[in-house]
Write a protein that binds this ligand. Structure first.
Ligand code: NAD
Ligand code: GLY
Length: 373
């Protein structure tokens, strides 16, 4: 267990979605602070869903903070890893809720990274047709992206995040102190999603990340607070305009079409989600260049920043016989695809993304070019 330090709330970002609006609390040691949860609706029970890695680190602190609010607090510990983001584990959440005779006011708490957050959120969306839930993200990736905006899902062997629901949490509690225990590879994976916000939305933020990437990797508290806050603000602005991804929100999937193919093609968990997205962003930027939208200098700049963050920038070979065809096959099972036509998030210019199809031959060339060491 981590030594407690005095809780400090740095900032609060609001997600504005009418009656589904909620705050994102960003602070130090706020996870174990009762006031982080004091204005949640009253309920008899809470269920904390976590995993074998996060439970020994943070479940006690969360449980004691919630003791003031709930009569009964149960903890469900799932196995750790992307490979477990599936029906079987989802069912264990329903089993626990039923065994505990949880009612529809029961509040679920997702304590962990994006895998736990996505699965717990989906369970909350389904149990009794919807019970409240709170996101307590403990990875950088989850704090800057997955815990915010209400996308919940599990994987299917044929496609990433293909079974899920839009379902907003009651709040998000981002405790930056939890990042101190996060392995370096996971920090880098989270940085991929931070970097993403630059090319799609805010080049000033991209400049700032270039200047502060080393500080972020060294867990500099002020740099992390700014990165999480600005990422959440951008996500809030996008989700506030397009909650269910009928248009604008798709830009948040920059790099994800290629990235999801990498994850599914290699087998879930081989590459981390953020690693696949980082490499996917190089591919999507290269596609933007071939489409005549951005120049090679910007693609090189993005590649260089991802490398400095410790992320892979050369795509893995998914098939020895026809690598590009295998990528294309996997990318056709993408939520943005329409009538079998793959649609890509590309950069209209640095700082602005759009969604459009691209000729198969051009995409195949990009895959070939980006999978060469
Ligand atoms: P993850 O949940 O697998 O967590 C990464 C690893 O870090 C795990 O081993 C976890 O146990 C461990 N961990 C978590 N917190 C820790 C801590 N504080 N200290 C030490 N270890 C810790 O992966 P992730 O990168 O957080 O999330 C990736 C998932 O998020 C993917 O499934 C992806 O599809 C999903 N995602 C969803 C959205 C969305 O909008 N819903 C957006 C982006 C990604
Ligand atoms: N991570 C993409 C989204 O939330 O839309």
């Amino acid at each position: 267990m981590q030594a407690p330090s005095s809780p400090t709330l740095f900032s609060q970002v609001q997600i504005s979605l009418g009656e589904r609006s909620y705050p994102i609390l960003i602070g130090d040691s706020v996870l174990g602070e009762p006031s982080s949860y004091s204005d949640l609706p009253r309920a008899a029970q809470a269920l904390i869903v976590t995993n074998t890695t996060v439970k020994p680190l943070y479940a006690d602190a969360l449980q004691s903070a919630l003791r003031h609010h709930f009569r009964q607090i149960h903890v469900l510990t799932l196995p750790d890893g992307e490979a477990y983001k599936n029906w079987e584990q989802l069912n264990l959440i329903f089993d626990a809720l039923l065994q505990n005779t949880s009612d529809r006011k029961t509040v679920l708490f997702a304590l962990g990274g994006g895998v736990i957050g996505d699965m717990t959120g989906f369970a909350a969306a389904c149990y009794m047709r919807g019970v409240p839930f709170v996101q307590v993200p403990t990875t950088l990736l989850a704090q800057v992206d997955s815990s915010v905006g209400g996308k919940t899902a599990i994987n299917h062997p044929m496609g990433k995040n293909m079974i899920g629901a839009f379902y907003q949490p009651l709040r998000v509690v981002c405790d930056l102190a939890t990042l101190k225990t996060l392995p370096g590879r996971e920090m880098a994976a989270g940085l991929a999603e931070v970097i993403k916000y630059g090319p799609i939305y805010d080049m000033e933020f991209f400049d700032w990340i270039e200047a502060h990437v080393d500080a972020l990797l060294e867990h500099d508290a002020a740099a992390l607070a700014h990165a999480v806050q600005r990422s959440c603000q951008i996500k809030a602005e996008v989700v506030g305009q397009d909650e269910r991804e009928s248009g604008l929100r798709a830009i948040l999937n920059f790099g994800h079409t290629f990235g999801h193919a990498i994850e599914a093609g290699l087998g879930y968990g081989q590459w981390l989600h953020g690693e696949a997205v980082g490499c996917g962003m190089v591919m999507a930027a290269t596609l933007s260049q071939r489409l005549g939208l951005v120049d090679g200098a910007f693609v090189a700049r993005l590649r260089q920043l991802l490398k400095r963050a410790g992320l892979p920038v050369v795509g893995p070979v998914l098939s020895q016989s026809d690598n590009a065809a295998r990528y294309m096959e996997l990318m056709r099972v993408d939520k943005k695809a329409e009538a079998g036509e793959i649609r890509f998030v590309v950069l209209q210019k640095p700082g602005k993304a759009v969604v459009q199809p691209a000729p198969d031959a051009m995409v195949a060339e990009v895959i070939d070019a980006c999978c060469q060491p």
